[in-house]
Design a protein around this ligand. Structure first.
Ligand SMILES: Cc1cc2nc3c(=O)[nH]c(=O)nc-3n(C[C@H](O)[C@H](O)[C@H](O)COP(=O)(O)OP(=O)(O)OC[C@H]3O[C@@H](n4cnc5c(N)ncnc54)[C@H](O)[C@@H]3O)c2cc1C
Length: 358
């Protein structure tokens, strides 16, 4: 059988693209080696329309957030399993200065309807340090990503669209109109390998800026679950009476080992938010497929049109993958032009430089 697309990788990016293409009627096959510490499996799963150190409105948030919300809710209805937990995000102030800054900022129009409320103070709590108030961010929530991946994995296996093995580049042959991998033939191959994309022989010239992150799962006990909390760290529900505290950002280390430094950093920051003693039940690390300009990497190889990439979701895969998968599917059908901000064509000059150095 000639597949339309062979996809490599079944993390958030690959699984959502595979589901989107399969639902659009394409014949697909996915090859993946499941990894307990893939970025997708350790992610806090947060969808936050205002993010980064300054809590600016995220790129394309007005489009990405509603699209992702209905994508996950559709999956929930089809698979009869809750995946997305819509919850306001309470970003707590650490100082009066921060409070004043936000009072000014939130009065502007930049944040649209994502800011629900600004509190100059909140009632004292036994559990949360919230007395200085905070901002309440609307339309956020979290996805239990491992549950999502497992549901889609079982679904793909059931449809005979997934092979669990390692993809080896040596076995790939490129022809003009199709690709051949061992005895599999497909019109196109799409790489969704997460941070491993930085080692992909076709795409290693792209400016990945890999970023290690660590998270801690602690016993939730009497932790209030009305909000997702943020104050230097996030505290997000993680199922099974746990909450996940995250995350660290480390551009200097590209391994997947949890570290004592990471644990200390998270516990130290969490103590400024949570008043109770914390019992750590898990400590995980993964590598975010981040990119120099903080935008995804999508498109066709400039010299090999049937070799494509869907990657670079950085720290926002939950929010970005559903819309970008749908957009990419339409681009593949020639119904839309690829958004210039995500198109790898913005980096084609780097391929020339890469070749000169070889
Ligand atoms: C600590 C941490 C916290 C995070 N928190 C959030 C958050 O709250 N919200 C959010 O939106 N994002 C978060 N992220 C980022 C998010 O995890 C990523 O944006 C997203 O998961 C990337 O998905 P991916 O599919 O591109 O990569 P991955 O999850 O790395 O998946 C890639 C898959 O490809 C497979 N693969 C690669 N090479 C091969 C090969 N040769 N053969 C077979 N299989 C292969 C891998 O085994 C893996 O299964 C966080 C990341 C980290 C590390």
């Amino acid at each position: 059988m000639l597949y339309d697309f062979l996809l490599i990788g079944h993390g958030l990016a690959g699984s959502i693209l595979a589901e989107t293409l399969s639902e659009a009627g394409y014949k697909i096959l996915v090859i993946d080696t499941p990894k307990p510490n893939s970025a997708s499996n350790v992610a806090a799963g947060l969808m936050n329309p205002l993010a980064g150190k300054r809590f600016a409105k995220s790129w394309l948030a007005d489009t990405l957030v509603p699209f992702a919300t209905s994508f996950y809710q559709d999956l929930e209805a089809r698979f009869n399993q809750q995946l997305f937990y819509p919850k306001p995000i309470l970003k707590l102030f650490s100082s009066v200065e921060e409070q004043n800054n936000w009072m000014g900022k939130s009065a502007g129009t930049t944040y649209g309807d994502f800011i629900k409320e600004v509190y100059t103070s909140l009632p004292a709590s036994d559990v949360i340090s919230q007395e200085k108030g905070g901002i309440l961010i609307d339309k956020g929530g979290y996805v239990l990503v491992p549950v999502l991946l497992e549901i889609l994995r079982v679904h793909r296996l059931h449809k005979q669209e997934l092979i669990t093995e390692s993809f080896e580049f040596i076995d790939l042959q490129l022809q003009d109109n199709y690709i051949k991998y061992q005895d599999i033939e497909a019109k196109e191959i799409i790489f969704c390998e997460g941070y491993k994309g930085a080692e992909n022989p076709f795409f290693k010239w792209l400016p990945f800026s890999l970023n290690k992150g660590e998270v801690l799962d602690v016993k939730a006990l009497d932790f209030p679950d009305e909000y997702i909390y943020n104050k230097a760290v996030y505290v997000v529900g993680a199922g099974a009476e746990r909450v996940r505290i995250g995350a660290t950002y480390n551009w200097r280390q590209a391994d997947e080992e949890p570290t004592e430094t990471g644990r200390e950093e998270l516990l130290h920051k969490a103590q400024d938010l949570i008043k109770k003693p914390l019992t750590v039940v898990a400590h995980k690390a993964g590598i975010r497929p981040a990119v120099r300009d903080r935008r995804p990497l999508i498109g066709s190889h400039p010299e090999q049109n049937n070799v494509k990439i869907f990657n670079g979701m950085g720290s926002k895969g939950v929010m970005m993958a559903p819309y970008l998968a749908s957009h990419f599917a339409k681009v593949l059908e020639a119904k839309e032009d690829l958004l210039p901000e995500v198109n790898i064509s913005r980096y084609f000059s780097l391929l020339k430089e890469h070749k000169k150095l070889q």
